[in-house]
Design a protein around this ligand. Structure first.
Ligand SMILES: [Ca+2]
Length: 446
């Protein structure tokens, strides 16, 4: 053989190899999307599969010329209600960033709260451990005693953590978790006092249960956040299965809702259905599927939630009191079996529901979220950061008013399922993962 034909042979051999790799990666990715959502406890396959997606994700981040951040084909036939509702143009952070792994190997780190500067309370979902992570010393504490019994099967376990706005005085810590009760399990909220030596949570008591109970281990929702009056917003899920999921539309069930309660678990007296005798007083909004992220926009004060969709159709919504967000009557996604949901109606507004401000197709499997309310990285101010599970990236979403104008995907090369996001007082972006790591992202040189 001549030199030329050797190089041609080499070229075609490599081409076949690359094509085979690409085909393999696609298969695994779609398997993952089918299998992941009903049971996110299958960590290892998901992480392995996520690594095969690296090349595509890296390519996506470099385009800033109006091309969307999403480069994969859609899985549905649906059209958005308005052009900015999906596939926002790719944007790219110009600030040089430093990424550090603060801790690793800790299991599914579901929730985080900064209770002192650079010190986080962190929940471990499956072991139900509450830990203290020191972001400066890269250290983790022994588990804090006094945390509640949880049901940790499926997507259940110890979920979110938040500290009271007056924590410095009250030392009150709020936890959400899946709780065994008569008739099944519920999403529960409880509170306890962190002891001065930080070794235990004292006088822990359950203040709220998102009834009715259901025999299942999926879609607990479980995010909590305080509003400026010191009351709590709690998100729930609709428990996934058909027909229980239809309870998302019912005002006599706390499933598939945003719930607004006091620190004692009582309905806030300005809630929209207080006067409605047939409705539960704690309900703030309804028609949700499985809300995994919640935060207030730092400038507008709008309450943005991240809603885990079916196959595709993950949503960003602005929550307003009394509104109905349409699940499971309308969706921009389809069943994981490929079947249409309710004959395939995607338009929300035309059916009398609230349109999502944004949705992902294919699925992004969005989890915990946080606005960047700091000037340490000025170009990130008021952007929303969302952890991605199946997608194994952190989405950075640029918002103007109530419109999404750009999207970037960060940490695409880690092969991690990003579970929760937090912005510290110092302006570090913190991300926890199902692999048990905590990443700290800062401007280089800080
Ligand atoms: Ca919806």
């Amino acid at each position: 053989m001549t030199k030329v034909s050797w190089s041609r042979l080499l070229f075609f051999t490599m081409l076949i190899f690359i094509l085979a790799l690409a085909a393999c990666g696609n298969d695994e990715a779609s398997d993952e999307e089918v299998t992941d959502e009903p049971d996110v406890t299958t960590e290892e396959p998901a992480e392995e599969d996520a690594e095969t997606e690296e090349p595509a994700d890296e390519g996506a981040g470099e385009s800033t010329d109006g091309e969307p951040a999403e480069t994969e084909p859609k899985v549905t036939e649906f059209e958005p209600a308005f052009p900015e509702q999906t596939r926002a143009p790719a944007v790219e952070t110009e600030t040089e960033l430093t990424e550090e792994v603060v801790v690793d190997g800790l299991g599914v780190l579901w929730g985080m709260a900064e209770f002192e500067p650079n010190r986080l309370l962190v929940t471990q979902r499956d072991t139900a451990e509450l830990l203290i992570v020191n972001l400066n010393e890269f250290a983790v504490s022994e588990p804090i005693e006094g945390t509640p019994e949880v049901n940790n099967s499926g997507q259940g376990g110890l979920l979110d953590v938040a500290v009271a706005p007056d924590f410095d005085d009250s030392r009150l810590v709020f936890l959400t978790f899946s709780q065994d009760v008569e008739g099944g399990t519920v999403t529960a909220v409880g509170k306890g006092v962190l002891s001065e030596d930080e070794a235990s949570l004292e006088d822990f008591e359950v203040i709220f249960q998102a009834t009715p109970a259901y025999e299942g281990d999926l879609h607990y929702g479980g995010r909590i956040i305080f509003d400026e009056d010191g009351n709590l917003f709690l998100t729930t899920g609709e428990r996934s299965d058909d027909p229980i999921r239809e309870r998302a539309q019912d005002l006599d069930a706390y499933l598939g809702k945003v719930i607004h309660i006091t620190q004692d678990g009582e309905p806030v007296d300005t809630n929209p259905f207080i006067e409605d005798e047939d409705a539960l007083d704690g309900i703030y909004s309804y028609g949700h599927r499985n809300i995994q992220g919640i935060d207030f926009h730092p400038e507008t004060g709008d309450l943005w939630i991240v809603e885990f969709g079916p196959q595709a159709g993950d949503e960003l919504n602005i929550v307003e009191p009394g509104n109905n967000y349409g699940w499971p009557i309308v969706s921009y996604g389809i069943e994981y079996t490929g079947e249409l949901i309710n004959d395939g109606i995607s338009e929300h507004e035309a059916q009398g529901f609230i349109e999502p401000r944004y949705y992902w197709d294919p699925t992004s499997a969005p989890s915990g979220s946080s606005f960047y309310d700091n000037d340490a990285i000025p170009e990130w101010e008021n952007n929303l950061f969302i952890g991605g599970l199946v997608s194994s990236y952190i989405a950075r979403v640029v918002i103007e008013g109530d419109t999404i104008v750009g999207e970037e995907r960060l940490l695409t090369d880690k092969g991690e399922r990003f579970r929760d996001i937090l912005v510290t007082e110092d302006g570090a972006l913190i991300a926890s993962t199902d692999g048990g790591s905590i990443y700290k992202i800062t401007a280089a040189g800080e």
